[in-house]
Design a protein around this ligand. Structure first.
Ligand SMILES: Nc1ncnc2c1ncn2[C@@H]1O[C@H](COP(=O)(O)OP(=O)(O)OP(=O)(O)O)[C@@H](O)[C@H]1O
Ligand SMILES: [Mg+2]
Length: 245
């Protein structure tokens, strides 16, 4: 599970000065739960996810990944999670097969087992055509598929995904949705950000809406519906953000 406690991140930018990208965020994503984080461009989603994935340090506050403090024991926390963000971790001169083997090795997975797992992802995400093509030559969506395979390869108990379906066609997107559902059924925690409201509405047990780094609304879809008197997440989101201006 993931527990964030009063996370705050302040960036210092020469031109813009102090930017509070994440402002006192606390939330929980239990095992077997899918939490969706929503917010406009620049709201602080990626920054929050990068903190949880131990890639950057919060300015204050902390978080726990399966009970492990990301500040006190970041390596151990990192071992519990798979993090998906853009094409992070894709070496351009390697092929998908080489990348998956390389990461497999880091996780202590044999070459045979890595190939077997890659074959499963390849089946689900139609990757067969480009397993031996260098990343350099792949399209955005093809790279995203490789990233997903890399992120999920070692079956981490906690999955953190920044816009997992960005750039994917409708078939690949629905396959990702299935992979996320499967992770939930295996009692893993899944935290993901998205701009695709219908995807969040379909998938998430709980939603966290942030604006300028702050939480402006959270709860189950049903709770949000009752609280706002509105039926679809598109409208709930727009209203929450408008009211927070
Ligand atoms: N390294 C950095 N240095 C300075 N400012 C940063 C840095 N990274 C992010 N920011 C700022 O922090 C804020 C939050 O950015 P973040 O990337 O977390 O937003 P986001 O919610 O992921 O947006 P999007 O939907 O566009 O991906 C923005 O104002 C951004 O400009
Ligand atoms: Mg982002």
């Amino acid at each position: 599970m993931i527990r964030a406690e009063a996370l705050r991140k302040i960036f210092y930018d020469k031109k813009r000065g102090e930017i509070t990208a994440v402002d006192n965020l606390s939330f929980e994503c239990r095992s077997g739960m899918i939490l969706g984080i929503l917010g406009l461009n620049g709201a602080g989603k990626t920054t929050t996810l990068r903190i949880l994935a131990t890639l950057i340090k919060p300015s204050s506050g902390t978080a726990f990944i399966n009970g492990i403090d990301i500040l006190k024991d970041s390596e151990k926390a990192k071992a519990q999670l798979g993090f998906l963000s853009g094409d992070t971790g894709l070496y351009r001169r390697l092929t998908p097969k080489e990348i998956v083997r390389y990461f497999g090795e880091l996780y202590g997975i044999s070459k045979q087992e890595s190939d077997k797992r890659l074959a499963e992802f390849s089946d689900r995400l139609s990757m067969g055509d480009f397993l031996d093509t260098k990343i350099d030559k792949l399209s955005t969506g093809q790279r995203q598929k490789v990233s997903i395979a890399r992120t999920m390869l070692h079956n981490p108990p906690v999955l953190i995904m920044d816009e997992p379906t960005a750039g994917l066609d409708i078939l690949a997107s629905s396959n990702i949705v299935e992979l996320i559902k499967r992770a939930k059924s295996q009692n893993r925690s899944v935290l993901f950000s998205t701009h695709v409201m219908h995807e969040a509405q379909k998938l998430c047990d709980e939603i966290l809406i942030i604006h300028r780094g702050k939480s402006v609304k959270s709860g189950t879809i049903d709770e949000l519906k009752i609280e706002t008197g509105m039926d679809d997440l598109d409208r709930i989101f727009m209203e929450s953000v408008r009211n927070a201006q």
